[in-house]
Ligand binder design. Structure first.
Ligand code: ZN
Ligand code: ZN
Length: 323
């Protein structure tokens, strides 16, 4: 389906390759819908607007950014090149963050004393970190995301949903059974099993095929009478198909170890949990909410993170604001 701008509409309302406006617009919508998340969404709105500006600058100065020189994948030379060319924009980012969440605002003072070397060191720490909760990682992620997205579109392109064969990762939804999970107050809480059928040749990459980082969020997009599961990278926003019956954290496929929870107030967002690795990831069902934008809807549903953490599950990858 073609939009008025001539872009291809993928799945149920997901636009690519320029999602910045749809991300920004979704922030506004969800800030009105969920008052508890308004503050964090207003901050993310400012970050996205900053990132959109970087993205447009990169696109408009191809000779300066010269991605072809360093190859298609988000390798070390590409990342260093990105930091080098975007480093002059770091003061603008820091001025936004100073008005943001208290912890990041405090961090921004430390970051303001960094030279380029400090940004590179933090980026390296982020790439190899086993503990993802370090708030300093926010800064290189924000600065590099627009550059990496541009790199994917220019020379990587693996990640673009429009290039993923529609038959990849198809699972035909069927009925679901439920199991009980006890809340701390011992009230039974229903979790469900995803017991649809699944192609056996669906890829099982738990890391982004382009940059090697972990997924931020998953989503289901309807195709005919079936749905396809894709994961969105926490670093470069690339997307790749993934088996619906496996954990994106450890690859577990034993259905006895996997289940999900959906809260009444967020019917299109489910929390996929794995008892083997003890991790969770949210999955946005575009069949239930075609207007959803996975990265933003993930960030707007903080009570689901609290639900998972109260039960001892750890998030597969913290989002941009450290939740
Ligand atoms: Zn990636
Ligand atoms: Zn797992």
């Amino acid at each position: 389906m073609m939009t008025q701008d001539g872009e291809t509409m993928v799945g149920a309302g997901f636009l690519t390759p320029a999602p910045w406006d749809s991300l920004i617009e979704r922030c506004k919508v969800l800030a009105r819908r969920y008052s508890s998340a308004k503050e964090i969404l207003d901050f993310y709105h400012k970050i996205l607007t900053f990132q959109k500006g970087l993205y447009e600058e990169v696109r408009g100065n191809k000779e300066v950014f010269a991605i072809e020189e360093v190859g298609a994948r988000c390798n070390v030379p590409l990342l260093k090149k990105g930091l080098e060319v975007l480093f002059p924009h770091s003061p603008t980012l820091l001025s936004i963050v100073r008005e943001g969440p208290p912890l990041l605002a405090v961090m921004s003072r430390e970051v303001s004393s960094w030279g380029l070397m400090g940004w590179e060191t933090t980026l390296e720490d982020y790439r190899y970190a086993t503990h993802r909760g370090q708030p300093l990682f926010f800064f290189p992620r924000v600065l590099l995301q627009p550059y990496l997205q541009y790199a994917m579109e220019e020379v990587g392109a693996y990640c673009s949903p429009r290039r993923i064969p529609p038959e990849a990762g198809l699972g035909v939804a069927s009925g679901s059974s439920s199991g009980d999970c006890l809340r701390h107050d011992n009230t039974p809480l229903q979790t469900k099993k995803d017991d649809h059928t699944q192609r056996t040749d669906t890829p099982l990459e738990t890391r982004c095929p382009s940059c090697g980082q972990r997924p931020q969020v998953g989503y289901l997009r309807p195709i005919d009478n079936a749905s396809q599961r894709l994961l969105t990278c926490s670093f470069c926003h690339g997307e790749w198909p993934y088996n619906r019956l496996s954990c994106p954290g450890c690859g577990e496929s034993d259905s006895a170890k996997l289940s999900y929870f959906v809260a009444e107030e967020y019917p299109a967002v489910r929390v996929d949990i794995c008892d083997t690795c003890g991790q969770y990831i949210k999955t946005i069902d575009l069949g239930k909410d075609p207007q959803a934008v996975p990265v933003v809807d993930e960030l707007a549903t903080i009570p689901l993170d609290l639900w998972a953490r109260e039960r001892g599950y750890e998030k597969l990858e913290l989002n941009l604001v450290g939740i």
